[in-house]
Design a protein around this ligand. Sequence first.
Ligand SMILES: Nc1nc2c(ncn2[C@@H]2O[C@H](COP(=O)(O)OP(=O)(O)O)[C@@H](O)[C@H]2O)c(=O)[nH]1
Ligand SMILES: [Mg+2]
Length: 241
Amino acid sequence: MPAHDYGADATELMETYDFLMKYIIIGEAGTGKSCLLHQFTHNTFKEHSQHTIGVEFSSRTIKLGEKRIKLQLWDTAGQERFRSVTRSYYRGAAGAILVYDITNRASFVNLSRWLADARALASSQLVTVLVGNKSDREDDREVEWAEASRWAAENDLHFLEASSLTGDNVEAPFLLCARSILLAIESGTLDPEKAGSGVSYGDRALRRVSSSSRLSFGSLSGSGTRRGSKLRLPGYGGKCC
Ligand SMILES: Nc1nc2c(ncn2[C@@H]2O[C@H](COP(=O)(O)OP(=O)(O)O)[C@@H](O)[C@H]2O)c(=O)[nH]1
Ligand SMILES: [Mg+2]
């Protein structure tokens, strides 16, 4: 095989996506952030979850309509002593999953502090989804759905309840967040080429160039170059992969 073919094979093996988005998962310790993330990335409940030390990183690629989106997921420790470390990871996040525990009122009352931190440090167009976790523990509920929903509306957040234990509604916050970010790109309020936006273009278009040997980015949107192109956005409920 000629030497130049090795390069082509390597390109084929690379994971490809249209967008890379950085998310942070924040909220009080013990609310189930690590379990929520584990359920999202592994489809199983994380038994014997330990306190997160500082920050842990994982990723998953989702599909929204035609778009493949790689989510870079930063799971932060909720404990006070890690606060200064975790805050440094907020920078340049496009999405935040803000978690409280429906059976722990204090974790709800403290949300405004977490939100203020995230809004001060992450991307100026940060999209935040509020998640009331542990919805399987209805008998121990301390925060009513209506109260949380009202608070979310007042603070311009998406909101839903989920259970990392049963898997109920676990994918929705991640997809909802990605869809809102895509909408912001589509409307021109968020520019992926701007530093600190928390979003960047993937290599999917480049891969097509390498396999077809034609210099065209039309495959990304079907309408011209990447920079000024309009994105066709799918309806919510896009399939995950
Ligand atoms: N019943 C129930 N327990 C959960 C759920 N999610 C997490 N937990 C439990 O809550 C505790 C804290 O979870 P963890 O993910 O480590 O919280 P974190 O500190 O926010 O990362 C652990 O004992 C989990 O087993 C859930 O959806 N339902
Ligand atoms: Mg944790």
